[in-house]
Structure formats: C-alpha cells, structure tokens
Design a protein around this ligand. Sequence first.
Ligand SMILES: Nc1ncnc2c1ncn2[C@@H]1O[C@H](COP(=O)(O)OP(=O)(O)O)[C@@H](O)[C@H]1O
Ligand SMILES: [Mg+2]
Length: 399
Amino acid sequence: MNKISLRGVTKVFGKQPERALDLLARGMTRDEILRKEKLLIAVHDVSFDIEEGELFVVMGLSGSGKSTLVRMINRLHDPTSGSVEVDGEDVTRMSASQLRELRMTKISMVFQHFALFPHRRVWENAAYGLQVRGVDAAERRRRAMEALEIVGLTNFADAFPHELSGGMKQRVGLARGLATDADVLLMDEPFSALDPLIRRDMQNLLLDLQRDLKRTIVFITHDLNEAMRVGDRIAVMRDGAVVQVGTGGEIIAEPANEYVADFISDVDRSRCLTAEQVMKKPLLTASPDDDLRDLLNKLSELEQNALYVLDPAGRILGVAKDHRIAQAISQGKTRVRDVLIREHAEVHPSTRLINLSRLAAQDRVPIAVVDDERRLLGVVPRATLLAAIAGEEEAADAT
Ligand SMILES: Nc1ncnc2c1ncn2[C@@H]1O[C@H](COP(=O)(O)OP(=O)(O)O)[C@@H](O)[C@H]1O
Ligand SMILES: [Mg+2]
C-alpha cells in the first residue's frame, strides 16, 4: 500500500512563483527562468510513491532540491503545484489544525543539526515530541525510555547533552523521532555530520531498527554509498528533478542516463549489490539416486567440475565433485549419494557481495544462494562475483 504519493510536485522560490510554471510551459529553461526572472525552481515535477514500511532514500548533490522536496511532505514548504498524499489524504489541502495534527501524530522529522535542549536531560530531549503533543509526564518518561533503549542510551537517560559525544547526540535525535510513534520519519541527512565509523554504526542501527519497527522512512543523503547501504529504493535528484527511482541494484545495473552512470561509477559495488542480483541458475543439479557415470558425462560436457545435489524439495544435500565421482566409479560405486560431501557455502539472497568474497576465497565450489527453507535459488561462481564487483561483463566461458 502507498503511504506517500507525490504527483507533479513543483516548488518555486521567488516572487509570484506561479509565473515560473507558465514560463516552463512556454519552453523557457530552468536556468533562463532563474537568470531572467529570478525565480528558482528548486523542485520540478516530481512524482513517485513510497510504500508503507519502506526505507526510501532521496539522494543528490547539495542544492539538488532534496530538503525542499521532503519538506513538502509535511508541508514545511507549500508546493507551488502538484499534490502530496499521506495515507490517501492530500496534505496540500489541509487546514492549519489538520497540519498540526499531522506533524504531531503521523510524521516526525530528524535533522542533521537538530537542536538538543542543553538544560534538559537526555530523556526529556527524547520526549520532546511527546510534550508538544500534550502527553502526560509519566507516559513521556516511559516512551522516551523505550526509545532510548532502542538506540542504546538507557544509561545516559539522566545525563545532559554536553556529556554526550556527537554520535550519541544523533542517537538522541533518532530516539526523539521514534518516541513519537509517528508512522512516517523524515530524516534530512541525519548522519552527515558524523565521522565515518560512527556513521556506519548509525546506519546499522537504523537498519536494525527498521527490521523491527517497519516505519515508513524518507531518508535524505548526498552520499551514494550511504544511499545504497540503507535504501530499499533510491530516488536520484538532479537540479530539482528526479532522474531515476529504483533499488540500488537496479540503478547500478541500468543507470537511467549518463549523469547517473557518472554518479555511480565509483560506488563500492561490493557493498551495494546482493547475491540475488548476481546469482545464476545452476547449469546442472542432481539427486542422490542419480547414476554416477551419467553425471560424469554431463559434467564434462558442460565443462563443470562440481554440482549441487538436492533433495526432492530442492534443499541442498551436498556437493558432488568430478574427481571424487571418477574415483567412486573405479571403486564400483554407482549412486550420487556415495560421493556427497558437505563443504560448500550457503548464503541468503540479500547477502552483500563483500561478504561473498570472503567465502569465495575459501572455496572453489560456486557459492549457493538459498531461501529460508535452504532451497537452492541460484549459484554465484567466483568469476561472476569478481566481474560483478569490478562492474564488468563476465567473459562468456568463465565460471
Ligand atoms: N527558503 C528558500 N528560499 C530560497 N531558495 C531556497 C530556499 N530553500 C532552498 N532554496 C534553494 O533551493 C535549491 C534546493 O535547495 P535544497 O532543497 O536545500 O537542496 P539540497 O537539500 O539537495 O541541498 C537550492 O538552490 C537552494 O539554494
Ligand atoms: Mg538539504
């Protein structure tokens, strides 16, 4: 279900902003309108849907319109044209009191440089959104403590902000967002001010939280690697327009234009792509009762040296390797079950390639990608893995 829907959303800054829409319709470019009319089209004709429970990233260089776009979702900015729906209600038509209600109950916002109140304790800071809502003191304390526990700050609940490191302060900001129970969190570059290691911790924390809480999160970043790491889907912005929306893997595999291709050229692919995105169908599998001679023939025809042996449900029983098969045949054995060994690696479809490369170094059998019931979904041969990380087409005969 769509939690948030944007249709043709445009925001123009300047006097009589609507004029810019006419000028655009008459074919004037964004640059000309800025130069000649002093009207800045910060966001131009943006449409997309965000699903309930999705972690949706808006990514783009500084000045590309990310903050302006996201601030139209809770109407901190009024769109010049277009509609913004949250749970099917158009926020552009809401009255002042409806808006207040929306911001207090449904949407909360976490900023990069959000202000902690220096003379209030950590838990009071975390409870700020609740106080604004008029929640009573005992309930505020209880909910703030819950949120602080989630972000790992229980022991600092009664401390003051100056006693916290930068990363811890940012976690208080996250707790403040969580404590409100809002279904939608808007996060405007929440980690950009943090140093890289703390930032990575915060990204992991966010992903862990999201696994349990399943809020709808709109997360802004100018950092492509961060976008790829945390986003279920990513909208790439340039000069106010959204130039592509897709999963990290989709954007890497098929950049919509040269701008996006340039942008992703130095992305860390090993941390973005998942096993599912690069796996292949196994050329050959066997069951335990298959005949060893037949299998050896098939293997040599396909120029493979090993295969996965599956039970009737498709679960992996083990691996059969060509040299062991040949040896077993010479010892008078006939069935695949006689040569089964278990020395392969199994991974979940969502495993990142960086974690596969560690496994590939240990083992010459293609890595098995399995579902929750351990059924074989596909394999990742070493050559496939290396080619994917390098961003190259794989040589046709290499496996
Ligand atoms: N309140 C405002 N008044 C005028 N121009 C603004 C305002 N807010 C943002 N802008 C301009 O709109 C463009 C997009 O800004 P912004 O949405 O903050 O981009 P980002 O968040 O991607 O860095 C920039 O050129 C910025 O200078
Ligand atoms: Mg911004």
